[in-house]
Write a protein of this length. Sequence first.
Length: 269
Amino acid sequence: MKKNNYILTTFLILFMSMAQTFAQPDNRFRQPHSKNQFQVLLYTSPDHWHNLTEPVAILELQEMAQRHAFGLTWTEVNSRFNDKALEQFDVIVFLQSTTATFTEEQLESFKKFIRNGGGFVGIHGTSACRNEGEWFRKLVGRTLTDHPEEQTAVMQVVDKRHPSTMHLPDRWIWTDEWYSYSEALTPNQKILITLDEKTYDPNRCWGNPDRKTAMGEFHPIAWYQEYDGGRSFYTTMGHMPSLFKDPWFLDHIYGGIYWAATGLGVYDK
């Protein structure tokens, strides 16, 4: 068993090294007079719950950057969150990550970035932030309270005016780790996708009959908002590595990145 763990650890280190090599910024895509060209900072932090998912997601996001002609820089280094470094970016993507290990100075630079009109995208584990500061919790919009075992369920796409959902069907079948949430922490959230709890068992929790995760009729999955001078998009989806191979899901993420970076793409029916 120890030998197998060593082999798995070695493989993950090599894979992450390859991902970091491929995920370097490509300044060919940075054109100063084009509104649809932007720079993305992708931030990941150590997270044993998603250490198999992150390498796959990083490579897929790099492919996305090539396909959609935007610059992508990946970092695991908190010190990247300083005033000077953040000036070159339009949007910051937190992949399964939070600000739990940030210093006060790093958090202040992040706040300044948002207050200067920057964008933020949170993916899945980013909402596991209930023990963090009020500002970041409000930036995400809601905090994770619990989740059941991974299951298949049906989502309802309730707003197709946003770039992250305009390509999706009205009902979307999906298998994931379905988070339940606190009440909204900000007043102006716009819900994009909800979950139909009748299509899965929210209380199937590893044989623990006392653990309940149901939210009821209203179970948000993805939302966006303007917050503290900037833009914020969050999606629940993205627990397992294979999900980042799905074209609809990748387009969902890209729509969130595009809007958060530019403020463009939302339309009236």
